[in-house]
Design a protein around this ligand. Structure first.
Ligand SMILES: [Zn+2]
Length: 413
């Protein structure tokens, strides 16, 4: 039974903390702490230890001893606004493109709620139109909607989203990218998202559509303004240009040679593999009207993606968890971690990608991704030991706190 507690019951006044008592605490380092208690005050962790009631005799003690605490998860690739108000007649993508902004806002309310129920307390949204991403973020921030804190890209740089060129003229892509990058900075986005190759949903092609000069121009403007750049690359084709342009993360990419992975590792750019979303499309193919050949393509892409990740891990490329959740996938955000373990990570290393690494990619490593004094009070209570079985995190989330407020409690406490 889902119970969303909107009251501020768990965020006591300053100077009068709550003490959360768990069976075990696993930090974003991917290791279990020696301690079992966390004291939370005004949305922050004020102490981690044992017998904290002696330190704070007036504190309310919350018994969560049937659960393991992990930091609030960070999903660095979602599409919160890709959703439908009602089950579509026919193609869901066509229905999405035809749907008015207010319907997408309603859908994103459900997506936000499902996301935080999966333990994700922070997410990066990579492409939205009509300011719906800003609207859902404002609703979450004001407490009207339950959902993760969001970092946004606004509209992505996509061939279909560029203004039309008059007949007989050719496009100055660098000038257009520079203009759009300045526009995103003015708009107040946290990120710029560039689709540098084709490939999405049933289309698994990876043909390069944008190149070094324009990616570099946008990245320079973004970095000068203190915002970051994520590049969509389905195949390896655009990866060298993206790395050379100094972007911050590369999404999806498969099929890189070991030589390219070695170059990549030297840059420190993050890899966000997004393996699980193609498993989702394959599992839900009837919902999308995909035939069995498409399903096979999707499953083979999953296998190639996992194989690429296995080699990326060996090369030491920093990895962050991104689900690429859309439509009915929200709530399964952390299943990506199961592929990370499949590709050779320990469960602790997989957890690290969805906590400390996610925080680092988002520039929030000082406040998120750890269970330590001074950090934001974002925790997930899971059933079981995630260091033995990552599915404790990906499938057995029982309790979620964000900013010191309980937002989900599936227990009988
Ligand atoms: Zn995506």
């Amino acid at each position: 039974m889902l119970a969303f507690l909107l009251s501020l019951a768990s965020s006591s006044a300053v100077g009068d903390p709550s003490i959360l008592k768990f069976d075990r605490i696993v930090d974003g380092t991917g290791e279990a702490l020696q301690h079992r208690e966390i004291a939370v005050d005004d949305g922050r962790i004020v102490a981690v230890g044992d017998d904290l009631a002696r330190l704070y005799p007036k504190a309310e003690v919350v018994d969560l001893q049937d659960l393991t605490a992990v930091p609030g998860l960070i999903d660095v690739h979602v599409h919160m606004t890709y959703g439908l108000r009602e089950a579509p007649v026919g193609d869901p993508w066509a229905a999405l493109f035809a749907s008015p902004a207010e319907d997408r806002l309603v859908a994103s309310v459900w997506n936000a709620r499902a996301t935080i129920s999966s333990g994700v307390t922070t997410a990066r949204d990579l492409n939205a139109l009509d300011h719906v991403d800003f609207q859902i973020r404002a609703l979450i921030r004001s407490g009207i909607v339950v959902g993760p804190r969001l970092l946004l890209s606004g509209p992505a740089f996509h061939p279909l989203l560029l203004p039309p060129v008059p007949e007989g003229e050719s496009r100055d892509v660098v000038a257009e990218f520079s203009r759009q990058a300045r526009n995103r900075v003015e708009m107040g986005t946290d990120w710029i998202k560039i689709f540098a190759t084709t490939g999405s949903a049933e289309d698994i092609s990876g043909e390069q559509v944008f190149f070094y000069p324009e990616i570099h121009a946008a990245t320079e403007i973004a970095h000068e303004a203190g915002i970051r750049v994520a590049v969509h690359c389905y195949g390896p084709s655009a990866v060298p240009d993206a790395l050379r342009a100094g972007v911050d993360s590369i999404e999806h990419a498969v099929g890189m040679s070991d030589e390219l992975l070695r170059e990549w590792a030297a840059t420190g750019v993050f890899y966000v593999p997004t393996i699980d979303h193609n498993r989702y499309y394959a599992d839900h193919r009837s919902e999308y009207g995909y035939d069995s050949a498409t399903e096979e393509n999707l499953r083979s892409f999953v296998a190639r993606n996992t194989e690429t990740l296995r080699r990326a891990i060996k090369h030491g490329i920093p990895i962050a968890m991104g689900s690429d959740a859309v439509m009915s996938m929200f709530g399964e955000n952390a299943r990506e971690l199961e592929w990370f373990v499949e590709a050779g990570m320990t469960p602790g290393e997989a957890l690290h990608t969805a906590t400390m690494n996610g925080a680092r990619l988002l520039g929030l490593a000082e406040t998120l991704g750890r269970i330590a004094e001074g950090y934001t009070a974002d925790f997930v209570g899971v059933d079981g030991n995630p260091l033995e079985d990552i599915r404790a995190v990906s499938r057995r989330v029982r309790w979620v706190m964000k900013d010191g407020v309980v937002v989900l409690d599936r227990g009988q406490r």
